[in-house]
Design a protein around this ligand. Structure first.
Ligand SMILES: [Zn+2]
Ligand SMILES: [Zn+2]
Length: 294
């Protein structure tokens, strides 16, 4: 009788132990799922490849960025001279999902021909069918096609899928929004949002406009051009100063401001100070090689 009691009692202990163990396991699984979900939804990073305007300082690079998520999407923003060499320090050629070019000025465009040659040769040597999308304003497509014709490199450009930018479109899980800026040729500012609505907004080249304030509203990371000093400001120049970049960040309630498209002769700390006098949020020069997250 006593033996039977101990037998039943030990079975009960095993039962309780099993329940406790499965509760702990479930807890771990739920926590892991939560962690994985959190990581997937929050992880968008921006790598600064270059922060210079039309003519770069020695050892520095034209304005260009990689925006990537943890599902392997890599968007390359801008294609100034030297960009192809720069982006390969971080990601290989065939992992570029799409290229976005804001306008057809040389400092934003010229390495597209190098890129096209790279894609053409990659497919030729690997017998692959890699054909990345390249988005740019319609005007930019006409410029690219005209240059390709004059240089007799049309077959390389045909390795790319050129498409005019729409106001809003999706690239995998990222949403891309664009808006015309006030510049010398058709140019777009670019806003990229993840599934949670977290965003990075890049002004490209532009004069100050209220439309740009609305476009950048509440953005998590504003990358603003700051080509000019305060004393240079003029409606004819159609560029921002550090002060105007600061005003844009303040009026749009941006959470963080990076200054880019910097003029090679100017002292960057002066441009930064001019921006700081207007915007009291988090602010710095977009540092080449630095990785930012939103
Ligand atoms: Zn430019
Ligand atoms: Zn420009």
């Amino acid at each position: 009788m006593l033996r039977l009691f101990f037998y039943i009692f030990s079975l009960k202990i095993l039962d309780v132990a099993y329940e406790c163990l499965s509760d702990i396991c479930n807890d771990i699984i739920i926590k892991n799922e939560y962690r994985t979900t959190k990581k997937r939804e929050l992880f968008v990073k921006i790598i600064v490849l270059g922060n210079q305007a039309a003519f770069p300082k020695a050892g520095r690079h034209h304005v260009s960025f990689i925006v990537s998520d943890d599902e392997g999407t890599n968007l390359l923003l801008e294609m100034g001279p030297g960009t192809c060499s720069r982006f390969q320090e971080y990601v290989p050629l065939s992992s570029i999902t799409a290229v976005l070019i804001s306008h057809a000025h040389a400092d934003h465009l010229l390495d597209l021909f190098t890129f096209a040659y790279g894609v053409y040769m990659y497919n030729y040597l690997q017998r692959g069918k890699y054909r990345p999308q390249v988005y740019l304003p319609s005007h930019g497509i006409r410029v690219v096609e005209a240059i390709a014709k004059d240089l007799n490199v049309e077959k390389y450009i045909e390795s790319l899928s050129l498409a005019p930018v729409a106001e809003e479109f999706n690239i995998r899980k990222l949403t891309v929004k664009t808006q015309r800026t006030n510049h010398f040729i058709p140019t777009v500012a670019i806003r990229i949002e993840d599934v949670q609505g977290k965003s990075v907004t890049y002004t490209s080249d532009t004069g100050f406009t209220e439309e740009l304030v609305d476009f950048a509203k509440n953005t998590d990371l504003l990358i603003a051009e700051a080509t000019l000093r305060k004393d240079d400001e003029s409606p004819q120049l159609k560029h921002l100063s550090g002060r105007l970049a600061g005003m844009l960040a303040k009026k749009s309630a941006a959470k963080r401001l990076l200054l880019a498209h910097l003029w090679y002769e100017y002292d960057e700390s002066e441009i930064l100070d001019e921006a700081k006098q207007v915007f009291d949020g988090e602010i710095e020069i977009a540092q080449e090689g630095k990785i930012y997250t939103i």
